[in-house]
Ligand binder design. Structure first.
Ligand SMILES: [Zn+2]
Length: 432
């Protein structure tokens, strides 16, 4: 017995030694060196900007004294190191100007390939994690995009996926501009009544959705419905939550109207998307329930500026212009009250436009550091991934980016990411 234990102990020590030796190989350990570090958690940047990475994991953060001899260096000079960026509201399979028509023109396979290219562009621009929230496909192309990345067939960001938006007949996920004799298939899952709601949620989970997305109110972009209307009945919403909770899938609610927001928060959704007309009572309810808010503000400005002449986007342009000030004020109230706000862009195929959301969060009332947290650590919490990503700390996956300047002084630095690492793998290292 004693002999066996001694032998076992010897084996353990031998293994530990072997592991230590393996860990000491220069190829397996590297130090990323910058001039400034924003770790996603602390309130201030640090000039101790050395991050040690072993394999896919961050093992230490500090000054140059933590670099063991023989470690491979990635010296980024005076650059600012940050956690990989996280966008919690993207539609990478959609083109910006043809929402609701897109899925009628193109096959699911084509959209999967285009969506894969879009999320790869995002990764190369610093977006190391994305939550896709229903994206113009009748089938499950967004889930397949995630699958091929997870299987290692293609490189890409970490994805959390809602396959579809679940919507009522005549809602934002339906096609509301054709004649009654047409029977086109909408890209949303169209459900009416509690049985169809239940079936839709089971189907989403069956085919690989990580999240359920409910269009609780009308939308800005879809022709023929009103964002101020509440769409699901309380019974439908209750069944949706009951089913999703039983299957352990979190729920996000697209909600513009004050009443729709409150209904969704009371029902127990994890996040409110958009939140345009949120009022004081809604803010209070979100604080009580710990609900996250994903306001998606810059996209309205983009449509006002770039799509003013688009017939297809007339409604989006008009409503975005009409309610812009009110929207920014309401979100400002939520920020000041302490609601947990995560960054979501509502784009997905253009990483620079995604980055502009940081500026909108600042315009609504955040400090630059708060905005950066909204797109890193707070977004990671929303996804329940905070133990893996969203911050630069020992034990986290090495999702690390760098920008040349100081994003706290000029937030648009985040539009020009010069270095990207995902899980210890260098994705981009442009020369400065
Ligand atoms: Zn959206």
């Amino acid at each position: 017995m004693r002999t066996n234990r001694s032998v076992a102990l010897c084996w353990c020590l031998a293994l530990l030694t072997l592991q230590a030796m393996a860990g000491a190989e220069p190829s397996d350990r590297l130090a990323i060196v910058g001039g400034r570090l924003i770790d996603g958690l602390s309130g201030q940047a640090s000039t101790d900007a050395v991050v040690l990475v072993e394999g896919e994991t961050i093992t230490a953060v500090g000054g140059r004294e933590i670099i063991p001899p023989g470690t491979r260096l990635i010296d980024l000079g005076s650059a600012t190191l940050l956690p990989g960026l996280i966008d919690t509201h993207v539609h990478p399979l959609m083109l910006g100007d043809d929402y609701q028509i897109d899925h009628l023109r193109r096959s699911s396979a084509y959209k999967a390939l285009r969506g894969l290219a879009a999320v790869q562009r995002g990764l190369e621009a610093g977006w190391t994690s994305l939550r896709t929230v229903g994206t113009a496909d009748v089938f499950y192309a967004p889930v397949d995009v995630k699958r091929v990345i997870d299987e290692g067939l293609f490189h890409g960001p970490r994805l959390a996926v809602a396959g579809h938006y679940i919507s009522i007949t005549g809602g934002g996920g339906d096609i509301n501009f054709t004649s009654p004799e047409q029977s086109l298939i909408a890209d949303g899952l169209i459900v009416d009544g509690v049985d169809e709601v239940r079936r839709a949620i089971r189907q989403e989970v069956k085919y690989g959705s990580d999240w359920i997305k409910l269009l609780v109110t009308g939308a800005f972009m879809s022709a023929g419905d009103n964002p101020k209307d509440v769409h699901f009945s309380p019974e439908e919403l209750a069944v949706a939550m009951e089913e999703a909770n039983r299957l352990n899938v979190p729920v996000m609610a697209h909600a513009h109207s004050a009443e729709g927001i409150k209904m969704a928060v009371r029902a127990g959704v994890r996040s409110i998307e958009h939140g345009t007309f949120i009022d004081a009572e809604g803010i209070e309810l979100m604080l009580q329930n710990g609900t996250y808010l994903v306001p998606t503000m810059y996209i309205g400005d983009y449509y006002i500026e770039e799509m003013a002449d688009s017939e297809a986007q007339k409604k989006m342009v008009e409503l975005s212009a009409k309610y812009r000030d009110e929207f920014f004020e309401n979100i400002g109230n939520a920020i000041r009250a302490g609601v947990k706000v995560a960054l979501g862009s509502d784009f997905g195929a253009d990483p620079v436009l995604q980055s502009r959301e940081f500026g909108s969060l600042i315009e609504a009332g955040m400090t630059p550091m708060q905005a950066i947290k909204a797109g890193t650590s707070v977004a990671a919490e929303l996804l329940q991934w905070q133990d893996r990503v969203g911050s630069i700390a020992p034990g986290r996956l090495a999702d690390i980016i760098a920008v040349a300047g100081d994003p706290l002084a000029d937030i648009s630095e985040l539009e020009r990411v010069v270095f990207v690492m995902k899980g210890g793998e260098v994705i981009k290292a442009s020369t400065q």
